[in-house]
Design a binder for this molecule. Structure first.
Ligand SMILES: O=C(O)CCC(=O)C(=O)O
Ligand SMILES: [Fe+2]
Length: 409
């Protein structure tokens, strides 16, 4: 076969967290992980993306500039006025309305639009130009169809990826798609990831000084978006699908805080808004807490259930948020997304997920989606100290207790 002449050997898929694997046995993969990070960074940024500002390619002076040019992203007095730790822990989420500064609203919106534009550029470019060997896989022999591409343009989580035949999983893992780890593509979104005010908010929510980064995504909902089903997210570490917890037991877990940032807000109804259920996290039931729509949720999982602390019947809250709003949501809390009607403007959102270690064992969960190049940079001391610490669960085998990805301890 022609391919086998230029590429004699099939490279196995890269593990989710390659630096947490006790021993990478495949020599090609092992070599990739020993290369200068600049080479892998370059392979993740095909020239058609044409992004000179990409943080994955930053030098020390670029990082210094980021810090020097930073400004307040939140009005912390507005955050303090709206945030109550006891209700956050009891209800599983906190809604912070209009807490971004005007400058942050503007930069955040521009950053999300630019990230979406980069994602769309990748979708419509010639993937034969991608340095597939550079990102550790043989060039794919299949492509996305024109329909699949059209369907994904302008939105998030729309590219088919049940397998890696077209290379989508690889492009996701390495954040060639800007929707996955957009902070590696857009300077302002990197600024937010490491911003002292964002980290302060995480410490307030998670009730813990040692906080870590888990994953970051664009969540653009475009006109015609059909809505997102009811679900909650697993944590791993033996605390999923294991029955309800008391408040103190719950807080000792290695919790994840999904921080959803909506610089332009959204309305209730058909505007792609978020829906949540207070108290649902305490059931720790990501396997059972699922429904296609509100009606199924009401007839099913919600029926007969009460809030474990307040004893009120559980109910769906349809949010409506002004610009500059943030929702912090523990990952076990039930949530869903309303459809976005045709004729409405896209809903802009970025997700930053942070986490805490288990209070008892001290272990943190391995990262869900830190691109390997970022884990390598952090491990080698090539990043600012704050970011190196935040990324620790992607490279520190002691902190993660020898686990690699979502494995039980
Ligand atoms: O789009 C949203 O507002 C939330 C999306 C979500 O639940 C998810 O990505 O898991
Ligand atoms: Fe979700």
């Amino acid at each position: 076969m022609k391919e086998s002449v230029s590429c004699p050997k099939r490279i196995p898929a890269m593990p989710q967290n390659p630096l947490l694997v006790p021993d990478v046995s495949d020599p090609t993969l092992a070599r990739l992980l020993r290369r200068p990070t600049g080479e892998l960074a370059q392979a993740t940024r095909p020239s058609f993306l044409n992004n000179e500002q990409s943080p994955v390619q930053w030098s020390r002076s670029d990082w210094d500039r980021l810090e020097a040019n930073s400004f307040d992203i939140f009005d912390m007095s507005a955050v303090a006025a709206q945030f109550n730790h006891a209700s956050f822990v009891r209800d599983g989420y906190a809604v912070l309305r209009g807490v971004m500064t005007p400058e942050a609203v503007e930069e955040w919106t521009a950053g999300l639009k630019y990230g979406q534009q980069l994602n769309d550029t990748l979708l419509t470019s010639d993937w034969a130009q991608i340095d597939w060997h550079g990102v550790g896989r043989t060039p794919p022999t299949k492509s996305l169809t024109a329909d699949e591409i059209n369907n994904a343009l302008g939105g998030s989580q729309r590219v088919p990826q049940s397998d890696d035949d077209a290379g989508v999983k690889t492009l996701r893992q390495h954040s060639v798609f800007a929707e996955y780890f957009p902070a590696g593509h857009v300077p302002f979104l990197m600024n937010v990831l490491t911003h002292p005010q964002m980290l302060q908010l995480q410490r307030m929510c998670l009730g813990c000084d040692d906080i870590y980064f888990d994953h970051n995504q664009l969540l653009t909902r475009q006109p015609g978006y059909p809505g997102g089903a009811w679900h909650s997210h697993k944590i791993g570490g033996g605390v999923d699908n294991c029955g309800p917890a008391s408040l103190s037991e719950y807080q000792a877990q290695p919790n994840f805080n999904l921080t959803l940032c909506y610089p332009q807000g959204f309305e209730a109804g058909d505007d792609g808004g978020l829906k949540l259920v207070r108290g649902s996290h305490l059931f720790r039931d990501p396997a059972g807490c699922r429904a296609a729509d509100d009606e199924e949720m009401q007839r099913g999982w919600l029926a007969g259930r009460v809030h474990p602390v307040t004893s009120e019947p559980l109910f769906i809250e349809h949010l409506s948020l002004p610009p500059g709003s943030i929702v912090c949501c523990l990952s076990h809390a039930a949530h869903a997304v309303a459809p976005k009607a045709l004729g409405r403007k896209p809903r802009w959102c970025s997700l930053y997920c942070y986490k805490k270690p288990n209070d008892v064992s001290g272990y943190a969960q391995p990262s869900h989606s830190v691109p390997p190049v970022w884990a390598m940079k952090a491990q080698r001391g090539e990043l600012p100290a704050v970011l190196t610490e935040l990324l620790r669960p992607s490279y520190d085998k002691e902190l993660t207790g020898g686990r690699t990805f979502d494995a039980q301890p």
